[in-house]
Design a protein around this ligand. Structure first.
Ligand code: GDD
Length: 341
């Protein structure tokens, strides 16, 4: 029987999993990472960066394989499960809809089923996404807004989200969901736009790159620091009643403005010239083009993100974010200036 304070984290090698592991270890919990494959140095860099790799135990866990999930859970008997593992790129979900659905949808369901049938108390956090909203239907989107996803990723996340509600209503299972708007950090993967921007702008500043390309510069997102979200997720599982919570900052910023803020953090300034695919960001000091538009990075469907209503999380979780967008960008830039990851 595992100790009464075992936390199992799926997706522990990713951004949220790593910060959550750090949070749980600081609180004295035993942290188990459910992973597919080996914990090789190139895959565990985030945990190593946080200095916690040695404190984490690993267990084989394949979200695409029901037997692997149930075996891992029966062996480890966790009291808290944080389910982050999934194909997490909306962009990639257009290229691999089936794998996205299998890991993100059925994988989550097997975890809920374990929590329902376990002979010990087991609470689950499920990472939902703002992608489940799809089209904008309200001035501010809350836990009660209409869900109408249009991307394979959003549809998968909605399946798991509604299953979590069904398990709560049908069986009283303690599953909470965080409807997560975008959350970033120095540990963000380079396939997401924020990391691509900070990393590329730092490379330009250091003379290692002359320019880089982005897709939709007008896309607006609500970006928060992942550390703030991890704090809120932990609070969710401390509540007696499981529930759904929107996590966001409540502020939308365009990709173009994120580039400007990154430039500012690097003591640079860009002048935007041209429109559409001809638009480019020119360094006002050197006159060189740093940012171009490449339609290859456009998505088949790129819904506008709604404004978030975060009042419920602030009230019931007694939570408020500690980092502003400027803090987040400075944190990312500081990291990228001294690491090439
Ligand atoms: N990745 C990427 N690369 N996105 C770009 C680029 C580019 O070169 N240029 C513009 N964008 C735009 C995308 O079209 C999108 O509108 C926006 O930047 C943000 O893209 P991502 O950083 O890839 O994040 P996302 O919003 O699609 O998804 C993230 O947030 C969701 C929550 O809202 C992921 O973290 C999801 O897992 C998460 O659920």
């Amino acid at each position: 029987m595992a100790s009464p304070s075992t936390v199992l984290i799926t997706g522990i090698l990713g951004q949220d999993g790593s910060y959550l592991a750090d949070h749980a270890l600081r609180l004295g919990y035993h942290v188990l990472g459910g992973i597919r494959g080996e914990p090789t140095p190139d895959r565990t860099w985030r945990l190593r960066h946080l200095g916690i790799h040695e404190q984490v135990s690993y267990i084989p866990f394949d979200l695409g394989n029901a037997d692997s999930i149930h075996t891992a859970l029966r062996q480890s008997q966790p009291n808290l499960i944080f389910n982050f593992a999934a194909q997490s790129s909306v962009g990639d979900s257009f290229k691999m809809p089936v794998q996205t659905a299998e890991s993100g949808g059925m994988g989550a369901l097997h975890i809920f089923e374990y929590a329902r049938t376990a002979d010990h108390p087991c609470r689950v956090f499920q990472a939902s996404s703002s992608e489940i909203f799809g089209d904008i239907t309200d001035s501010h989107h809350s836990e009660d807004s209409v869900f109408n996803p249009k991307t394979p990723y959003g549809a998968t996340k909605l399946f798991a989200h509604i299953m979590a509600e069904a398990y709560r209503a049908s069986y009283g299972t303690h599953v909470s969901t965080g409807i997560l708007f975008n959350h970033e950090s120095p540990l963000r993967g380079g396939n997401f736009v924020t990391k691509k921007i900070t990393k590329s702008m730092v490379a330009v500043k250091q003379g290692r790159m002359s320019s880089f390309s982005l897709g939709n510069l007008d896309a607006r997102r609500d970006w928060s620091h992942a550390k703030d979200f991890v704090d809120a997720m932990w609070r969710m599982l401390q509540l007696d009643q499981p529930d759904n919570f929107v996590l966001a900052s409540g502020q939308l910023t365009s990709v173009r403005e994120f580039v400007n803020l990154t430039a500012q953090a690097l003591d640079m300034k860009l002048d935007w010239q041209g429109t559409g695919t001809e638009e480019r960001g020119v360094d006002t000091k050197t006159g060189r083009t740093i940012v171009q538009v490449n339609p290859e990075y456009y998505r088949p469907y790129d819904p506008a993100q709604p404004l978030a209503d975060v009042r419920k999380a602030r009230r019931l979780l007694n939570w408020s974010p500690k980092h502003s967008l400027t803090d987040l960008i400075q944190d990312m830039v500081r990291f990228d200036l001294s690491h090439d990851i």
